[in-house]
Design a protein around this ligand. Structure first.
Ligand SMILES: Cc1ncc(COP(=O)(O)O)c(C=O)c1O
Length: 290
């Protein structure tokens, strides 16, 4: 059965889901998006995703033509009409069609798209073996240039870093803040483990405030770990007991090699496994019912 995609006010067939080449989302990356997961009939932290979508849009002065409540309903509906209980949902709000200049005031109507589908970011084998990552020469951009807290359609900063990862045969890439502290990966947040302590880069380092990051901090604290949002260097990352990444698409995935240094004993560690299990339990019961 062809996927039904929400586009500009109605659900249409996959092949009919087309947008204008004059859409400034396409011409300039002018827009915002969310990636959301549903597990066993529940959409994980849906409210947090909708809130972040509206915050990103507010900063860009992009008026989403729905209330938060309506947007929430549309996301649930996108899963329902496609008969999905486990899903990856992509919500995109772009500036809409305008002229060839970049002036957003020339775009009278934002384009709203909701796609409910599935995703496998990494093959299952990588969850068992762990990822090999490297540090990018591309720094996370500073908040005064383009705040990484805005989940915008312009991902070139991450894509440039990802190209380096590909060239070096790595599955992900660590990006540093302008000052050289560990910030995050191209599409995931990062945690390092030292005994019963978890460190993750603080918001001011230029990171997306990941919703999985938040959930992992919750489950880790509930499991008795001391979780600290702070600054740390590559030296501390290389010498951690464990390193793992978090994101809606990736969930929780261990890193076993960074910049050709073996992390811990070179295998996914017990803390990441414990938190992954706790996260999966949380995802089963937490979230809006489809
Ligand atoms: C740059 C970046 N950091 C972190 C994340 C993880 O965020 P979340 O857990 O909300 O998916 C993402 C997700 O797309 C991302 O693009």
């Amino acid at each position: 059965m062809s996927k039904r995609i929400f586009l500009d006010g109605k659900f249409v067939d996959h092949d009919d889901a087309r947008i204008s080449v004059f859409d400034h989302g396409y011409l300039y990356g002018d827009g915002v998006f969310e990636g959301i997961r549903a597990y066993s009939g529940r959409i994980f932290r849906l409210q947090a995703h909708v809130d972040r979508l509206f915050s990103s849009a507010k900063t860009l002065m992009l008026q989403i033509p729905y209330t938060k409540e309506k947007m929430t309903e549309l996301i649930v509906e996108a899963c329902r009409v496609n008969g999905l209980q486990d899903a990856y949902i992509r919500v995109v709000v772009s500036r809409g069609a305008g002229d060839l200049g970049l002036d957003p005031t020339k775009c009278p109507k934002p384009t709203v798209v909701v796609i409910a589908d599935s995703i496998a970011l990494y093959p299952e084998s990588l969850y068992r073996s762990g990822l090999t990552v490297c540090t990018s020469s591309i720094r996370r951009q500073r908040a005064e240039a383009l705040n990484p807290q805005i989940k915008s359609l312009n991902y070139l900063n991450s894509i440039l870093a990802k190209i380096e990862a590909n060239q070096r045969g790595c599955q992900e890439v660590v990006m540093l803040s302008e000052e050289g502290f560990v910030a995050e990966c191209s599409a995931d947040n990062i945690f390092i483990v030292r005994g019963r302590k978890l460190l993750t880069p603080a918001p001011h380092l230029g990171i997306l405030l990941g919703i999985t990051r938040d959930a992992v901090m919750d489950v880790a604290r509930a499991a008795g770990y001391d979780v600290v949002e702070t600054t740390f260097t590559r030296h501390e990352m290389w010498n951690a007991d464990e390193v793992f990444l978090t994101g809606t698409a990736a969930e929780i995935v261990s890193v076993v090699s960074i910049d050709e240094r073996v992390v811990g004993n070179g295998k996914p560690g017990p803390v990441a496994a414990e938190l992954q299990a706790a996260f999966r339990e949380l995802a089963k019961r937490d979230g809006a019912a489809i």
